[in-house]
Design a protein around this ligand. Sequence first.
Ligand SMILES: COc1nc(N)nc2c1ncn2[C@H]1C[C@H](O)[C@@H](COP(=O)(O)OP(=O)(O)OP(=O)(O)O)O1
Length: 184
Amino acid sequence: MPMIPRIRLYTNVFVVFEGKILLGMKKRGVGEGLYNGFGGKVEPGETPLEAAHRELKEECGIDLPLIHAGRLLFLSAAMPSWAFHIELYRSAPGLSTYTGELAESDEMRPEWFPLSSIPYSQMWSGDKLWLPLVITGEHRFLAREDYDRETDDASKEDSQGQVELKRWWIALEQDPSRTEEKRK
Ligand SMILES: COc1nc(N)nc2c1ncn2[C@H]1C[C@H](O)[C@@H](COP(=O)(O)OP(=O)(O)OP(=O)(O)O)O1
C-alpha cells in the first residue's frame, strides 16, 4: 500500500494596499531567507481565519480585516510524509490602514514592496503563479504544486536532497457572491 501523507494546515496573509504589498523576510525555520506572507500552523480549536489574524499579529504586530483569497495544496519530496494545505488571505480591498504597530519579530522582518517589483526570485518558486490572483482578489482559486527532486538519479543528489517545482495547476473558483460584490 502506498504511503498516505498526513495534512499540515497553515495560513498565509498578504497585506495589499494601493500599489504596494507587505511581505516578510523569514528569519528562521521553514522558508528561512525567503520573502513570504505572514502565517503559520493552525492550532487545535482555531479556525484558519482566527489563525491568520493571530499569526499576522505575532509576526509583524498588526491586524486588519481579511478576506479569503485562495487555497494552496502542495507535496514536497523533501517531506514525503506530509501534504501541505495553506489557506491564503489578503487584506480586504480598499483598505489602507491597520491597527497595531508594524514591527519586526523574531520570525519575520516586514518590508513594503511596490506591486511592480515583487521579489519573486527570493520567494517560493510557486508563489509567482498565484500571487497576482491574490493581489487582484477577483477570484478565489485552488493551486496545486508538486516539488520533486532536482534529479531522478539519486546518486547525483546533494546531501540536502534539493527539490524544485516540477508540476502545478491553478483553477479559479466559481464565486457568484464575489462577482456580485464587484458589481455593486
Ligand atoms: C512551497 O512551499 C511553500 N510555499 C509558500 N508560499 N508558503 C509556504 C511554503 N511552505 C511553508 N509556507 C508558509 C506556510 C506558513 O505561512 C509559513 C511557515 O510557517 P511556520 O513553519 O513558521 O509555522 P509557525 O506556526 O509560525 O511556526 P513556529 O512553530 O516556529 O511558531 O510558511
